[in-house]
Ligand binder design. Structure first.
Ligand SMILES: *Cc1c(COP(=O)(O)O)cnc(C)c1O
Length: 462
């Protein structure tokens, strides 16, 4: 069979259920902890912040498949299925015997996979009768995806956008405003935590963790409003399983099974989704793909972080999650341009990594942009810098196959397009881009911000 460049499923072949990988894991991700009591977070602890149905999904470690509501499926049909592409031209340019496939999630206005979870989260908020949502955005992809879903389902939205991005990416902001969102540069003086951070670090460009703190504060203080998050959480990994389910159906049609599955990892949602169906195979003994998470060397949560309970935000107001983390106080170097700058990692992926089901590698940003430029030339798509982390390692693996003569089947996630990242591309072209690898001493500063979980309940009892 001659494998086509692009394989699309039909609408009928779209997954009708999400795959909950936790149901197949022997070792489950640890429960979240409420910082004020030191106790496990249950339904009632989480619903003041998150939508009810999303909390149910967050806590559900046992249901293997969860129905995708009809309304969300209809929304998905407007931009899914996404294509599975055979990278013939890249293979040829590299002279590799390896077969390279990528699943391209950038074919929608938000430019990334984030719309898969945004549509689901906004739908459930609407069902619950909520009238507004808050969130944070860093580079702007999540804010854009959520703005699109909020416009469609008619829910108001406040986006706290990391200040440096707000200033560097005016067009992202304009897209969100086009979809009716209110975009606020963070830290702002509109919240207590924002004012405190501004007082301590005047002139700061902000961080994702800080924007999360502001968005959570606003949500809990506003009637019929909740907070939504675009990565890290179990529910987001669940929604992103559409990526992996579609991929497996398409690969099955081609008679292919990947030896290697490679994805970039910021908070871990696209990778958790991409690996879902093949990881299920691995956990049940039905398959044996090798999984590789790629992160930036300047923000190496899996490769150099600690597996510990930590806050999900810099303001330290969210519940604690057990994950690989650099400490909520960690901030990547200011010259880091390539995204994936979150201090922690999805508890699902962290647990799989800790259990030895996945490998992690870190790459430096100039090598990432070199790979991005090569990929753009031969495959015609301008990749997001985040996605280019996966491209870098896919290329390295394909070149290793050239050396060894192995004909591996390599699958990677091309999570999005990079049209709004041209400042980063420009700094690469100008030769201004520098690699930065934090020293152990610098990482220790971040680890010093890790909470002492045993002491939490006690201080609350005083
Ligand atoms: C947000 C984003 C990522 C990283 O987020 P994950 O939750 O780790 O998937 C990767 N690529 C693109 C294009 C993104 O927008």
């Amino acid at each position: 069979m001659k494998i086509p460049y692009k394989t699309y499923l039909t609408e009928e072949q779209l997954p009708k259920q999400w795959l909950n990988i936790r149901a197949f894991m022997k070792e489950k991700p640890a429960a979240m902890i409420v910082p004020s009591t030191g106790k496990e977070a249950g339904f009632d602890d989480l619903t003041p912040v998150f939508c009810d149905e999303l909390v149910r999904q967050e806590l559900d470690n046992t249901t293997p498949y969860i129905d995708i509501p009809k309304e969300i499926l209809e929304y998905y049909k407007m931009y899914r299925p996404s294509p599975l592409v055979r990278a013939y031209q890249l293979e040829k340019a590299l002279g590799t015997p390896a077969k390279i496939y990528y699943k391209f999630e950038g074919n929608n206005t938000s430019g990334s996979h984030k719309l898969n979870s945004a549509a689901a989260q906004v739908y459930y908020a609407k069902q619950q009768g909520l009238t507004s949502l808050t969130t944070e955005t860093g580079a702007g992809q999540w804010g854009t995806a959520l703005s699109m879903a909020c416009a469609f389902f008619e829910v108001d939205l406040d986006v706290y956008m990391v200040k440096v991005s707000y200033e560097q990416k005016p067009y992202r902001k304009a897209v969100m405003q086009t979809y009716g969102a209110d975009v606020i540069p963070s830290p702002s003086d509109s919240t207590q935590v924002g004012r405190a951070i501004l007082a301590e670090h005047p002139g700061t460009g902000g961080s994702l963790g800080c924007a999360i703190s502001e968005a959570v504060e606003k949500a809990v203080q506003t009637d019929k409003c909740r907070y939504v998050l675009g990565s890290v959480l179990n529910q987001v990994v669940l929604h992103q399983s559409v990526i992996g389910l579609e991929t497996k159906t398409a690969m099955d049609m081609l008679g292919e099974y990947p030896d290697l599955v490679i994805g970039c990892a910021g908070g871990g949602s696209n990778l958790g989704g991409l690996v879902s169906a093949y990881m299920k195979d691995k956990l049940t003994g039905e398959g044996d793909a090798h999984f590789v998470a790629i992160e930036p060397a300047s923000c190496p949560s899996l490769t150099r972080g600690k597996f510990a309970y930590d806050f999900c935000d810099t303001g330290r107001i969210t519940p604690l999650a057990k994950m690989y983390t650099l400490g909520s106080g960690f901030m990547p170097a200011p010259n880091h341009a390539g995204g994936l700058r979150y201090h922690g990692m999805s508890p699902v992926l962290s647990t799989l990594y800790d259990g030895g089901f996945m490998e992690a590698r870190s790459v430096e940003q100039t090598a990432v942009f070199e790979a991005a430029t090569l990929f753009a030339k031969y495959e015609t798509i301008l990749p997001a810098p985040e996605s280019a982390h996966a491209i870098r390692v896919a290329i390295d693996e394909a070149l290793a196959c050239k050396e060894s003569g192995e004909e591996k089947t390599i699958l990677f996630g091309l999570t999005g397009t990079g049209y709004f990242d041209m400042k980063a591309y420009m700094s690469y072209h100008n030769g201004e881009m520098r690699d930065y690898v934090p020293t152990d001493a610098e990482l220790e500063e971040g680890f010093a911000s890790l909470p002492n979980v045993e002491a939490l309940g006690q201080s609350a009892a005083v």
